[in-house]
Write a protein that binds this ligand. Structure first.
Ligand code: E4P
Length: 301
């Protein structure tokens, strides 16, 4: 599995690159805003992004801001032209750039993906929330699709009436196995009084119990990635899956178990991945047990 770092903070990128585990970088307008706000105009946006592209050992995803296909194509080409002389660049195109749903822009992302890909420009399809969207992006020739695992977990929790900051924190792992068992328990309770299959199938009690714990058959961000990979493998799509919107190290592990091509991981999650209480405790014990004779081995003569 390749690891991209999900940040626009140059210092974080440099540090993670120095650990020798980074294969690329992903940014988005929100991450860029955070990085720029911190710098208060001390460096131009163009120079700052050039720096990121120069230090990254692999593709840096940069997002367009247009929403019509022609705008996105123009902007994608411009970003590619400006920054690819300094390193590898992938252009982030939203799978569906519609904001209101009534703008007739639903398919402009696909058009832009098709066009840019046919020009040989790598496209990273962003804001992918369903396997159906991933399938369409792959059909349009995208180099990457980025399913937003954490945001789907948030959405499922919100549908269950859970509030971020109160019932769960941003970095909390969503236990989809526990969720599945809880759902089965609620379902079997709701079914207990039914006398026919038809009654169960039509029961609003059964449906409300079942519907709230998933998003149209997707039970978590990890489940979303599982299903996208299943489709891509069934048809040998070349499009690579970037597990995005990662919130904790266990999600990274589960993505790796699935054999996802890439996970894009925020700096704080990368830092968590190296830690374990027993590792630190083991280190303390080993250090305490170093005898002088053993220490002498390392002394320069
Ligand atoms: C990366 O490609 C995405 O833009 C990013 O992972 C989104 O993460 P968030 O949902 O934590 O904002």
């Amino acid at each position: 599995m390749k690891i991209f770092i999900d940040t626009a903070e140059l210092e974080e990128i440099k540090q993670a690159v120095s650990w020798g585990i980074v294969d690329g970088v992903t940014t988005n307008p929100s991450l860029i805003k955070k990085a720029v706000d911190r710098r208060k105009g001390k460096i131009s946006m163009e120079d700052y992004i050039k720096e990121i592209v120069k230090v990254s050992p692999g593709p840096v995803s940069l997002e367009v801001i247009g929403r019509r296909a022609d705008e996105m194509i123009k902007q994608g080409m411009l970003l590619h032209e400006k920054f690819s002389p300094f390193g590898e660049v992938a252009i982030k195109i939203p799978i569906n750039p519609s904001v209101n749903g009534d703008e007739n822009l639903d398919f402009d992302g696909l058009k832009a993906i098709r066009h840019l890909s046919s020009e040989g420009i790598s496209v990273n399809t962003t804001l992918v929330m369903t396997p159906e969207q991933a399938l369409l992006a792959a059909k349009a020739g995208a180099t990457y699709v980025s399913p937003f695992a954490g945001r789907i977990d948030d959405y499922i929790r919100a549908n269950m009436g859970m509030k971020i900051g109160k019932d769960f924190q941003k970095g909390d792992y969503l236990d989809h196995e526990l969720l599945r068992s809880a759902r089965n328990k609620v379902l079997s309770d709701a079914m207990a009084s039914a006398t026919s299959i038809r009654e169960i199938y039509k029961s609003s009690l059964v449906h409300s119990a079942a519907d709230r714990s998933h998003d149209n058959g997707i039970y978590s961000g990890v489940d979303l990635v599982t299903r996208i990979l299943r489709i891509f493998r069934a048809y040998n799509f070349k499009t690579e899956v970037i597990a995005a919107s990662i919130r904790n190290s266990r999600q990274v592990r589960e993505m790796a178990e699935l054999g996802v091509h890439i996970a894009t991981v925020p700096f704080n999650v990368l830092k968590d991945m190296i830690k374990h209480y027993k590792t630190s405790e083991g280190m303390r014990r080993f250090m305490d047990d170093v005898v002088p004779q053993y220490r002498e081995l390392f002394m320069e003569k």
